[in-house]
Design a protein around this ligand. Structure first.
Ligand code: SAM
Length: 159
């Protein structure tokens, strides 16, 4: 169910048509069936979750075990898509959609870096997810610390 906008939030008018199509490549199996049960972020739980890959994409998993960590991109189907300014519950102040990690965004794409703990055929066992059971998977990429790691990165408080 899509939540009503909170006080201080502003909506935008979405385009009448989408620009391109996507393929769901699998489903994420997690212990959470309601958004209130999900960890707020991906480092909030040690639960081992399962990435179920659709058989037609099986070949794409070749060599995936070489990476200790993977970047998963997934589709937050239960989020609203028309918020330009939102008031995150934990933050309390209005923030632009592109300045927060909320699932509510024009394209409700989420990203988590997960630890790969095992593989059984088309199923990958991972730690580090925060989404509802059944959430659709868009892509998998190896996490490359030499490229992605930014130890100097900050988010200024109070902005
Ligand atoms: C703050 S978002 C972060 C998502 C991702 N780790 C990121 O940073 O892009 C995580 C929250 O999204 C919500 N959520 C999880 N699965 C969802 C889904 N399928 N549709 C909409 N909201 C979802 C839950 O409230 C969860 O705590």
């Amino acid at each position: 169910m899509v939540e009503a906008a909170r006080p201080g939030e502003r909506t935008l008018t979405l385009p009448e048509t989408t620009d391109d199509g996507i393929y769901f490549i699998g489903r994420l199996r997690t212990p959470w069936h309601d958004r209130s049960e999900c960890p707020r972020n991906a480092n909030g739980s040690d639960a081992v979750c399962t990435v179920e890959i659709d058989a037609r994409f099986a070949d794409g998993l070749t060599g995936v075990e070489a990476a200790s960590h993977l970047i998963l991109l997934y589709w937050m189907h239960a989020a609203r898509r028309d918020l330009a300014v939102q008031v995150p519950r934990h933050h309390g102040r209005p923030r632009g959609t592109f300045s927060v990690r909320s699932p509510a965004r024009p394209n409700p794409i989420a990203l988590s870096v997960v630890r790969l703990v095992g593989r059984d055929g088309l199923n990958l066992k991972v730690v580090g997810l925060d989404c509802l059971d059944g959430t659709a998977l868009l892509d998998i990429k190896p996490y490359l610390p030499s490229i992605e790691s930014r130890p100097e990165a900050i988010v200024a408080p109070g902005v």
